[in-house]
Design a protein around this ligand. Structure first.
Ligand code: SF4
Length: 261
């Protein structure tokens, strides 16, 4: 029986693809981005985590385990509960993480189950995964949410812990498929928040114009910093200052030159 290690199933999401979606978070990620706001999704095993609660003005600490092994049937049962919202909104399921490609067999099984039930699927990926698996996933999913951090390999290694060669190879393999892609770019102050970097990403995306439905620039935020403490991890670097609305909109304008953005 195929099982997947999940760390959350979130309902009514409107930011993870079209319509109202249920997002299944799969645990384990080969990257270690300095800005990650889901650090509980990185380690590929269940792990202890503290949670902090206020009761009568006093802070209390509870100990929980993050990560739960669920069968494909159990996860599908959770997804099915939201069918009515998918039908009314044109939504579906998004598999996110962590990095869903780390649980390839489970992911493929879920994509097939959803396809057989006419449920729209999206996979939110860093693109860092086995090329054959990536091809299979892009055949079985309806959409990819593909994250691009930088085209500069040196910076990519320094800030995410991995080389981006495989990521770019997988991205370009999509030119041979019809899958729809939403590109997501986390805009990190001091890392990639400048015109040169965004122009380099825009140019790198030109061969994918037939696949790309949208390019989203995601502002950096510090949400999730408490989770590092809760997991017993050292606090990540703080990037500052944050970009203001005007600076973000200038960066977004760079992508208006591409079709569909
Ligand atoms: S790819 Fe996503 S989940 Fe993985 S470390 Fe980076 S931000 Fe976190």
């Amino acid at each position: 029986m195929i099982r997947g290690l999940t760390f959350d199933i979130r309902r009514y999401s409107v930011h993870d693809g079209p319509g109202i979606r249920t997002t299944v978070f799969l645990k384990g990620c080969p990257l270690n981005c300095v800005w990650c706001h889901n650090p509980e999704g990185i380690h590929p095993e269940p792990q202890p985590m503290r949670t902090f609660h206020k009761l009568d003005g006093k802070e209390t600490i509870c100990h929980v385990t993050v990560g739960k092994w669920l069968t494909a049937s159990e996860v599908f049962h959770e997804i099915e509960k939201d069918l009515i919202f998918f039908e009314e909104s044109g939504g579906g399921v998004t598999f996110s993480g962590g990095e869903p490609l780390m649980q390839g067999e489970f992911l493929l099984e879920m994509l097939v189950r959803c396809r057989n039930a006419n449920i729209h699927t999206a996979v939110d990926t860093s693109g860092h995964g086995d090329p054959e698996l990536f091809r299979e996933v892009s055949k079985k999913a309806n959409m990819l949410l593909f994250d691009i951090k930088t085209t500069n390999n040196h910076a990519h290694i320094k800030y995410t812990g991995v080389d981006n060669t495989l990521i770019m190879q997988n991205l370009y393999s999509l030119t041979r498929s019809d899958i729809s892609v939403i590109i997501r770019i986390p805009v990190i102050p001091g890392f990639n928040d400048n015109h040169e970097e965004m122009e380099a990403i825009r140019d790198a995306l030109l061969p994918l114009q037939k696949n790309i439905r949208r390019i989203d620039l995601l502002p950096y935020h510090r949400l999730g910093r408490k989770k590092y403490e809760a997991l017993g991890l050292s606090q990540p670097k703080v990037f500052k200052p944050d970009l203001n609305d005007h600076q973000m909109s200038e960066l977004k304008n760079i992508f208006r030159l591409t079709r569909n953005s």
